[in-house]
Design a protein around this ligand. Structure first.
Ligand code: FES
Length: 80
């Protein structure tokens, strides 16, 4: 089980963390990975200027709706 942490701190909230959560959820559903990936909320990760901060396996990504799919691929490939 992979855990993807999505920042819901105030900057990331303004940058659209809930939209990013929805996008991740949709990708997980489409690929039927509900049992393999868990999304959790997180407080500020100190990366407020890089889009919505998303952390998995100690790597922090700056995510927007434009690159969410790409970041998901990276995260998923990381240990598969
Ligand atoms: S509010 Fe998300 S990294 Fe700071």
């Amino acid at each position: 089980m992979k855990i993807i942490k999505i920042c819901v701190g105030s900057s990331c909230h303004v940058n659209g963390s809930y939209k990013v959560v929805r996008a991740f959820n949709q990708i997980i559903k489409e690929r039927e990975l509900e049992n393999d990936i868990e999304l959790v909320g997180s407080f500020c990760m100190g990366k407020c200027t890089e889009g919505v901060a998303v952390e998995c396996d100690d790597i922090i990504y700056g995510v927007s709706l434009e690159n969410v799919e790409e970041v998901f691929e990276k995260i998923w490939e990381e240990n598969n």
